[in-house]
Design a protein around this ligand. Structure first.
Ligand code: F6P
Length: 330
């Protein structure tokens, strides 16, 4: 193998730079040239790239975001876009493409398989942690740290005012962030896809109201609700209105939003990114259609189809801990 290409694609995640660094340094040691294409698949369509050298990547392990920039790419949903990507890879005599991103980015990889014969390897990086075949994705631990710290601050003002706070966290359609952050921050309630669905919203609402009323009355503290994005109709403001209309409960809304995606990666993410980056280079030499992951402490390779098509549920242990703590709170 002489040349590999790297892209970072989809929602950026802390630790993407650490993965780029590990890939480039590993390649250098093995005399493999590395081309970094900008803006995810768009850079491959527009032929926008840089030669990645050890000098360039050595100092980036602690940096959030991605030096290669990231983007979502609509063109990858169409044959024409996929063909353009394949042409650029062929033109530059690339032997393997390493895609650092989430499931949308891996679907792009799968589409490319029929038009390009080089090796395709995925490195899971998304704050959402919604990819199977790896216990954690790169960026998840940092996002949980950031959101937990933010809620610790909110907690102070919530307690001072004995106020209800609805804090919306990211996660797209999964509750990994909501459950981990909710437990770490000692949230009084966690509302997420795993414990509420459209049919049980009514029930969740009544339970929440009873919980808030008894706690505010008896304990004179704040009440923090961690709400998964995309769950409640009309989002956190919808829930705020519901609490007011149904039970006269006033609340404040705080959407943590993109602060969860930014910032310096925590040590856990830097280490995971380094391990997966090293493994991606060795996988790229002799396999294709694979994702590298870490399962039960073991670095492993998995078919990309399994990684994208399987659902990764929130750990049962987290559900149990939350239920246990909910009972103790009331
Ligand atoms: O996938 C990461 C993520 O931050 C999700 O948590 C969120 O729903 C989405 O990306 C936001 O996407 P965009 O950057 O396109 O607004």
């Amino acid at each position: 193998m002489k040349r590999i290409a790297i892209i970072t694609s989809g929602g950026d995640a802390p630790g993407m730079n650490a993965a780029i660094r590990a890939i480039v340094l590993s390649c250098h040691e093995q005399h493999i040239e590395c081309l970094g294409f900008y803006h995810g698949y768009n850079g491959l369509i527009n032929d926008e790239f840089i030669f990645l050298t050890p000098e360039l990547v050595s100092p980036i392990i602690q940096r959030g975001g991605t030096i290669l920039k990231s983007a979502r790419c609509k063109e990858m949903h169409q044959d024409e876009g996929v063909k353009q990507v394949a042409n650029t890879l062929t033109k530059h005599q690339i032997d393997a493409l390493i895609v650092i991103g989430g499931d949308g980015s891996f679907r792009g990889m799968m589409a490319l398989q029929s038009d390009w014969s080089g090796n395709l390897i995925g490195v899971p990086a998304t704050i959402d942690n919604d990819i199977a075949c790896t216990d954690k994705t790169i960026g998840f631990a940092s996002a949980v740290n950031t959101a937990t710290q933010a809620i610790d601050n909110i907690r102070d003002t919530a307690n001072a005012f004995e106020r209800v706070f609805i804090v919306e966290v990211m996660g797209r359609r999964s509750g990994h962030i909501a459950f981990n952050v909710g437990l770490a921050a000692g949230a009084e309630a966690i509302l997420s896809f795993e414990n509420c669905n459209l049919n049980s919203l009514e029930q969740a609402k009544s339970h929440l109201i009873t919980q808030i009323q008894s706690q505010l009355l008896e304990q004179h503290t704040g009440f923090v609700i961690v709400l998964a994005e995309n769950l409640w109709p009309k989002g956190p403001h919808g829930l705020q209105q519901t609490l007011k209309d149904t039970a006269g409960i006033e609340s404040a809304v705080c959407v943590l939003g993109y602060i969860q995606r930014g910032g310096s990666p925590c040590p856990e993410d830097r280490i995971l990114a380094t391990e997966l980056g090293i493994e991606a280079v060795s996988a790229a030499k002799n396999s294709t259609g694979m994702m590298v992951g870490k399962v039960n402490g073991q670095i492993s390779r998995h078919c990309i189809i399994r990684a994208t098509e399987q659902n990764k549920p929130v750990d049962q242990a987290l559900h149990s801990a939350y239920h246990h703590m909910s009972k103790l709170n009331n």
